[in-house]
Design a protein around this ligand. Sequence first.
Ligand code: ADP
Ligand code: MG
Length: 448
Amino acid sequence: MDENLIPIKQIIKEEIGDESAYRTWIEPLNFKDYTGNILVLSAPNKFFGEWINDHYRQTIQSCASRFLRTDNLKIRIVIDDNETQAAPPTLKLDESQAVNPRASSDPPLFNPAYTFDTFVVGDSNQFAHAACLAVASNPGHTYNPLFIYGGVGLGKTHLLNAIGNYAIGKGLVSSQANISFVNGDDFTNEVVNAIRYDRMLEFRRKFQNADILMIDDIQFIAGKERTQAEFFHTFNALYVAKKQIVVTSDRFPKDIKDLEERLRSRFEWGLIADIQPPDIETKVAILKKKSERENIHLPDDVAMFLASKSSSNIRDLEGMLTRLGAFASLTGQPITVSFAKEALRGIIKDTDKPVIVEDIQKVVCEHFGIRITDIKSKRRSKSLVIPRQIAMYLSRNLCKVSLADIGEKFGGKDHSTVIHAINKIEKQLENDTYLTQAIEEIKSKIYS
Ligand code: ADP
Ligand code: MG
């Protein structure tokens, strides 16, 4: 029966372009059924199913739609063999989106897995968590608007879903339909469609009647004039009516390029809360909580190992756990550190690899698009000083070299210049999410 899938798998393979991801996750899928525009695929186990659902459902849907020449296709993932266990709960949400690609105009459904209970609170996210809980408990009357910002995979979307789940669960809004929950791109698409089909009135009615308006990744509306104007009017109408507005972004309002000044200033009327990258303890706590929920036996030393090897993106951390769970259940082996090293080969970085200053200079220069001679020069323009300081900081942290040696390798700087650079970066890392993520990215390139 699996022949049915060959052409679709081929399209998916081209689409994802990553041979090993394809072999690990797509190849094992089997064809089950295709009737009434529902394509049923089976995955080897629950972890697989969830992983597919989280990472590949959209790709599978668009590739299969292309092949089957239908734009109304539903994908259902079931578990192989006799396990009649239905697909993970999030599938419900996804299915509704599959039925109607413009599902954002339907009453929103919140991901039941993203609640305040499943959100692990640590130093890095405590403020944002508290602000969201306050807003969810008393919409429109505490902090309005609430602006959450933080890097990729740090829990922004989770918190918005938690607000929705909480407000509905406690009966604080009369129905789901009274919450508008879209991301910046969907909002833009809705504006475009409303203009195109002459449905602006409907659009406004829908958004301006919400008790809670949540826009995830608002940075996507930047630079789009008409969308920003519509958002501005919606914002004003809701604000005056004391309705709650929550938005998230990957950066601080001031740092969103091409965002209209009047929107920027409105975001600053309310509360701005940041989410910082998690520390190791928080990462371990997240892993422990998630593994319990998923019935994966994860020993403490393995949790610590994963936490120390992962980037700040919690989605990646969860991906590692899912993969470990899948491998353990496929092979029947217990999860140990060496098993994890094996199962995650190519995914975790080899931070034991020795690094030299020249490697760091090369990667930093590539990252910022400058030349090696620039980083070693005495020129003090901002575009050179920051990369140079980052490279010095990383040299000190990743290589076994003295301050004097670092100075030497950076075109003969003295040791006080090196100390100054390191201190400067350390200080800035305390409250600059952007820099933190840039450094993470550079490190991962150095070790890859
Ligand atoms: P963002 O929207 O900031 O990119 P998400 O909210 O999508 O990030 O989070 C990525 C993944 O990490 C989600 O699966 C989410 O449940 C999980 N996650 C993030 N922060 C936490 C946390 N503090 N506790 C538990 N899970 C978390
Ligand atoms: Mg998000």
